[in-house]
Design a protein around this ligand. Structure first.
Ligand SMILES: NC(=O)c1ccc[n+]([C@@H]2O[C@H](COP(=O)([O-])OP(=O)(O)OC[C@H]3O[C@@H](n4cnc5c(N)ncnc54)[C@H](O)[C@@H]3O)[C@@H](O)[C@H]2O)c1
Length: 315
């Protein structure tokens, strides 16, 4: 296998499968390394001469080393993680093992080969609770176990960069939506309930988030891999705009021409929830030349057309 290939951990998941498809479209050879805990084989092309799928766990360090030595990729996109916050809260030790020890395992395995760039999928969850824009050089203070594992992962990546000189990038991803979502986040929860009627049950309606369409995230990850410096860099990947759950429902109602009624469900309410989480994206715009192409209306419309088209055909 030629050297200019990409190794995508978590490549069968929501973001990873879109990234894999885009890299294949761009002529790259792609190795997906995934244990299929949330990822799905059907998200990937069934057969492709430039796609190799390794079904294995991050914590299987010998398998990781063997795969990397055999396949010698030039770019690593490390996306595999446990990511759904309620699951992380209920399973903190497993979350630390996969997100922290798993990240260290990938980095350790990378020490045996020559790579050109390492990209780590971190999260907006590393930021402290605040009501204004989040900048990459803000003080970091995660407020849950998931955010803590991502922050620890960022430190491991920086230490790897300092000890090896390999260019490394931390991408702090904000709230991603689009086709193939694997975890029961708010946007799929809205759209799935609408398939059974216009009355839907939701938890907290007020928290605002920076929702970014998955195609934009994939473009940002590839742009970062191709255009970032040879050093250690951190970039926010968001839109710079925030919307509440109520605003999302309103936009979905307009796209689908539905009069949606929201019932608040106490069971769905998170006990503590930040009210705002929004990215400042001037760094990635200025240094990488990337900016999002999808506004919230266009992104939701694209998701609905792709995966929930029955909601458009109700008249
Ligand atoms: N989706 C979002 O809104 C969002 C926001 C911020 C950050 N992120 C980060 O982006 C990355 C991708 O998230 P996603 O939404 O695609 O999640 P996902 O659950 O769809 O993808 C994770 C993938 O990793 C695989 N995986 C999990 N544990 C593994 C293990 N021990 N060994 C091997 N493979 C394993 C899963 O099978 C899955 O294919 C994650 O690191 C996540 O923390 C996602």
């Amino acid at each position: 296998m030629e050297n200019k290939s990409a190794f995508v951990t978590g490549g069968a998941g929501f973001v990873g499968s879109h990234l894999t498809s885009k890299l294949l479209q761009r002529g790259k050879t792609v190795i997906v390394y995934d244990n299929f805990s949330t990822g799905k084989r059907e998200f990937l092309p069934s057969k492709h001469e430039r796609l190799e799928v390794v079904t294995a766990d991050l914590l299987d360090i010998e398998r990781l080393k063997k795969s990397l030595l055999e396949l010698r990729p030039s770019t690593i996109y490390h996306l595999a993680a446990i990511h759904y916050v309620p699951y992380c809260n209920a399973n903190p030790i497993e979350t630390v093992m996969v997100n922290v020890a798993g990240t260290e395992a990938v980095l350790e395995a990378c020490r045996n080969i020559e790579i050109e760039k390492f990209i780590f999928a971190s999260s907006a969850a590393v930021y402290p609770i605040k009501d204004t824009l989040n900048f990459e050089d803000d003080p970091i203070f995660p407020c849950d176990i998931y955010g803590n594992t991502k922050y620890f992962g960022e430190h491991l990546v920086r230490t790897f960069h300092e000890s090896t000189g390999v260019p490394c990038v931390v991408a702090r991803l904000f709230n991603i939506y689009g086709p193939h979502e694997t975890n029961p986040h708010v946007i799929p929860a809205i759209l799935e309930q609408l398939q059974n009627g216009t009355e839907i049950q939701l938890g907290n309606l007020d928290p605002k988030r920076d929702y970014i369409y998955v195609d934009d995230v994939v473009d940002a990850l590839i742009a970062i891999a191709e255009n970032s410096s040879d050093s250690f860099e951190v970039f926010n990947v968001g839109t710079g705009e925030e919307y509440s759950v109520e605003e999302l429902v309103d936009i979905v109602g307009k796209i689908c021409e539905l009069n949606i009624q929201i019932k608040q469900d106490e069971q769905r309410k998170r006990k503590s929830d930040r009210l705002h989480l929004v990215a400042d994206i001037s760094k990635i715009k200025n240094l990488i030349g990337w900016k999002p192409k999808f506004g919230i209306y266009k992104g939701l419309e694209s998701l609905i057309k792709n995966e929930y088209s029955d909601l458009l055909n109700h008249q």
